[in-house]
Design a protein around this ligand. Sequence first.
Ligand code: ADP
Ligand code: MG
Length: 393
Amino acid sequence: MACSYPSVSELVTDARSVYRQVFENEAPLVAVCAPGRVNLIGEHTDYNQGFVLPMALPLVTVVVGSKTSDREVSLVTANKDVDEPVRVDFTLPSDGSPLPPGSPSWANYVKGVIQHYRAPPLPGFRAVIASSVPLGGGLSSSASLEVAFYTFLQQLKPDDGDDVSKALSCQKAEHTHAGVPCGIMDQFVSVLGKEGHALLIDCRSLEATSIPLADPHLVILITNSNVKHALTGSEYPTRRRQCEEAASILGKDSLRDATMKDLEEAKNKMEDVTYQRARHVIQEIERTAQAAESLKKGDYVKFGKLMVESHNSLRDLYEVSCKELDELVSAAMEVDGVYGSRMTGGGFGGCTVTLLQASAINKTIQHIKEQYSGTPTFYVTTPTQGARPLSMS
Ligand code: ADP
Ligand code: MG
């Protein structure tokens, strides 16, 4: 009943066949993949130096390709949901000069990764991208593309293999070439995710702890609202600014260092909206630490309760939810066997994530379909491995 998505090997087959069509029947020599992610809890905490608790998804971006003997790059995406053209050709700068972003915009994620690759200079190459991560759905197709591409470049010319630096380079690519001032979570879990584990990331120290999440009686359901409200562009920088302002009023480097006591004492020194944003962040960081503890103990009831508190806080204090996400969460919570549900990702559309008993999956999907005013897409998932090279056989 759930939405089915192509397997990694099906994506590789698709990408290889596109490669053969485009590049004179040649076969690519290298294949890699990197996953999208879903954040279980810890929303809008990453750029506040807090905790996040994502997991890597079975939805992945695949890159196949081969190096060439010159400095020419040819890049093709098999995805139809991008700005035209789907093929881009350019020459790698030979003198270390920058590779500026341009048009089409989808290629900028790749150009950014080339620019920030840690073992220049690179050889030329031909590559085809194929992905099962929905674009712009809040499951981080952008980070999966960056990390997949970085992993592809590592096969052409190895770097020192430091995974944290790799995630940071991919984050930088999104900052400089896509103009998105994202936190580190998406790239980090796409590189370091482990099968059967969620990843608790401390966004201040960049320490990551894998927490087992492989109970066969448990399922993580992602529901795509299939809406994306256009205001997102300006709202994200505004929230970041409000958090910085609150931290500065509290005399802290970031809200990670602030307690609710600090905030209450300084309440009359800030606008009410700034107080509310800060309250969400401070409490959400605490909830995420508690959720990680609950998961370690297998206390899914507590975990689910924290998910719902997180959603309510994002809706009421941080004001980044929307009617569709609220509907999806309410519908999920009406079903027996559902532990918790919340919006996931930046907000204003995109997906919800729901933790539930495996035995309740069909009735949950059915109920959400009946209650939701739009048309949802469902992904039944478990945590998978981070970026990896694939065998071509
Ligand atoms: P999200 O990361 O939540 O999916 P973003 O807006 O951050 O949404 O990133 C989506 C953008 O990333 C797309 O519009 C496109 O430019 C680029 N992108 C992601 N996956 C691919 C792909 N397979 N092929 C080409 N571009 C892609
Ligand atoms: Mg993204």
